[in-house]
Design a protein around this ligand. Sequence first.
Ligand code: ZN
Length: 304
Amino acid sequence: MAHDITPPADETGFDQVLQFTVPGRDARGRVVRLGPVLDLILSAHAYPTPVRNLLAEALVVAALIGSLLKDDDGQLTMQAQTQDGVIDLLVCDYRAGELRGHVRFDRARLDELGPTPSLHALFGDGYLAMTFDMASTNQRYQGIVPLEGESIAQACESYFFQSEQVPTLIRVAIDCEQGASSLASGLLLQHLPEGEEGRERLHARLDHPHWQHIAVMGGSVRDSELLDPALGLESLIWRLFHEEQEVRVERGAALVRGCRCTVEHYTTLLARFSPEDRADMMDEDGLIQIDCAFCSRQFPIAMD
Ligand SMILES: [Zn+2]
C-alpha cells in the first residue's frame, strides 16, 4: 500500500475526520476538512476549476460517508457515470483514511458551460454508484444515487433518506480556485432513533422533533465557518450544538492521499491473465504499460 507523506493533522483540523454524537437527540455526525491532501490529489491532474470543485466535493462526501463504516478497513467507492454527460466518469474512494479520485470529462463541452455549471449540466441523467466493501466479512453492498438536485451532497442526502431510511444532512464548502491552496470541508448529520441502527426502519421521519432540531442547528453552519482555518473542528461542533446537554466528540481517521498503484500490485493483477493475453498487451520492449488514472502515472511492468 503506497502512502504519500502528508503533514500531521493540526489544530485546525486539516486532513482530519472528527466524529461526534448528540445522545439526547439520537444524532451522529462527522466533520472533515481537507487541505494539503486535497492539493496532493488535485496536483496529479490539470483540471479546470469546475472539475476541481466537483472532485473536491466528491472527496469530502466520500470521507464523510466512508468514515461512517464500522469496519476500519472497509472501503467506500463512489463512481459517477452518465450516458452523454459532460462528465464521463468520476471515481473516488475512501479506505481507512486513504482518499483518491479522478474525473474524465469532455473539455470542449465543459468550457461551454461557464464557471459554475449545474449538477444536471455536468452529469445529465447521471447516477452515482456507492459501493461499500466490508473487509472483515467480505461483504459488498451497493447503492445507486440518482444525481439529482443541486449537488452531490444533496443527491446523497436524498439517497440516505429514501433508500436507507436515515434522515441525513450534508453540507460541503469548497474553495478550490486555480493557483491557490485548496480547501474543502463538510458536515454530515444523521438521525438514528434509539436501537434502530442497523435494523429495517419502516418509519423514518423527517419531522421527528429531535431531528428537526438537530437539522436546524447543523444546517445553520456557514461555508465561511467550515472553511475557516482559525476555527478548529471541535470548536465548530461546540458552536453549532452548545445548547445540547451532551455532545461526545472523538477524533476520527487522519486523512491521507492513498493509491494502490505499485509495481507489485499490477504484477499480481497481470499474473491472472493468460500468457497469450499478456503477450498481446506488451509493447515492443516487452513491457506492459499500465496507467493509474488516479495519479496520472504510467507503470511499465515487466512480466516473465
Ligand atoms: Zn495511483
